[in-house]
Design a protein around this ligand. Sequence first.
Ligand code: DGT
Ligand code: CA
Ligand code: CA
Ligand code: ZN
Length: 585
Amino acid sequence: MTNQDVAEKLREVFNLMQLAGENQFRAIAFDKAAQTIDGLSDDILSYIESGSLTEIKGIGKSIAEDIRLFHETGTMPVLESLKERVPKGLIEWLNITGLGPKSISKIHQALGITEVSELKEACISGAVAKLPGMGQKSAEKILKSIAYLETFGERTRLDQALAIADPIYRFIRTLPGIVECDIAGSLRRARETIGDIDILASASKENVPAIFDAFTKHELVVEILGRGDTKSSVRTENGRQVDLRIVKPQEYSAALIYFTGSKEHNIVMRQRARERGMALNEYGLYRLTSGKETDFDQPVITTTESDIYRKLDLHFIPPEHREDRGEFTFYEENESMDLISEEQIKGVIHAHSTWSDGKYSIADMADTSISLGYEYLGITDHSRTASYAGGLTIEDVKRQWEEIDRLNDQYRTDGLNFTIFKGIESDILSDGSLDYPDEILEGFDLVIASVHSGLEMPREKMMERFRNAILNPHTTMLGHPTGRLLLRRDGSDIELNQIIEWAAETGVAIEINASPWRLDLDWRFGNKALECGLMSSVNPDAHTTEGIRDIRYGVMIARKAKFGPERILNSRNSVQFRRWLSEKK
Ligand code: DGT
Ligand code: CA
Ligand code: CA
Ligand code: ZN
């Protein structure tokens, strides 16, 4: 049980209390407690164990008791009773972006509806627009969010899928009788969102029932969706479906290619097999009969995925490139592509501190970076226009520089090979200019230029805005270019191919924002980026010390987008990185 687990539960109470129309002050107390615990630097468990929860500011006796019960029983009575009182349908409305509990409660009470489908109708009919404080615009926004839910509700973010898949995979791998086991499907291909989780294993026949028994009894499983001789499907705690398939050991490599996908990649693979007088399916590679049918009596012996690729005149194609987006041409000719790996990342770029909206001090962020083995940290708090995120005034900037100088002096005195770079995440203003006068911008080691407002500008204006930001000599790199939030909000309407060309021409990098909410630059622009020689950097956009670990997801996407270490800035050591920055200037 982490601090974040507790905060999440308290926030759930806050939301449901508002839906239930409970006393505002009581509800807000839960929200405040959640915020406090989110920002707590000590482990909440230590407070629970020593019975000192009420010593935390903003945690009264009653919330302390709720937290204690949550720790003891896994739930809170206050939450359970709320869940009984609030209509189930309404709770689903909370997933509609831009619709807060207050509005939900208002619409529900005025129109007496509880289902998402009814809400949709009420938006179309104009009933929602007529409510006080709502209007046509709000109704349209709600409709758009519902459409989004309908399309993506069945998918999940990469980090959420990994949090389920990793423990289950580790568990299965060690079961008696397992010969081989891998995560397959979209997760193995490192897609940014995942439908269901596919796990593939091989085992001899007599072991299969016991393996399925163990799988369906795993602690994360809440429901068994189906069970057959070769496949079993379950639903896990947060609603995710996991499929486990078990094949015969000799079928494993063909099955792994098949169930890794993508479908598009598989189609080309089967075609290549036929062109070479063979048939490829999920069981193996076979010769064709004279009548061009699969001859199951004549298997082509292969024991690894590489063997199968070789028979089809290809070098091994790494799973993250199996999308039928140019990989066949490349791996016909080339043995491999030099791809960035997590160990090659030397520095943490794009991190926020308490100076703006981060939860930890610069020194804390640096300590965590050091303990994770990084050589440098580029602190990039928000700029002054982003006042909602605590953006820095010019005075703040100067004082922050002094703090960074002091810390760097300290590292030098201590003989530590660690540097903090002075950075800023500057808002790109609506005309494309950056957020400080030149004499301040000059003082930064690096400037990440990002759009945080007016994301819905018409394309032409937006492109002009980006062009100006790229042409600004102080811009080191663009941050999260589209501004999308995965499964929540579309990105800006921009022509990214053009932006990539401009950036590459002027030597501006475009970050791969590693936050699993963003993963922006999208990997689909990897081919274009490669063709132009675009530079990038795998940036965690960390607002907490824990957030630094998001680099993991960014590296997965960078590999998928075909970036090797030479085009990833933060694979350079701090000396090389500093040199690149000064050459850019
Ligand atoms: P997802 O789950 O929507 O994120 O995406 P995938 O790629 O994991 O798709 P899924 O779970 O439906 O199937 C896993 C793999 O199995 C898929 O990548 C390719 C293979 N596969 C499934 N159905 C078909 C099919 O109808 N034709 C072909 N060629 N391959 C299939
Ligand atoms: Ca899948
Ligand atoms: Ca599946
Ligand atoms: Zn940002």
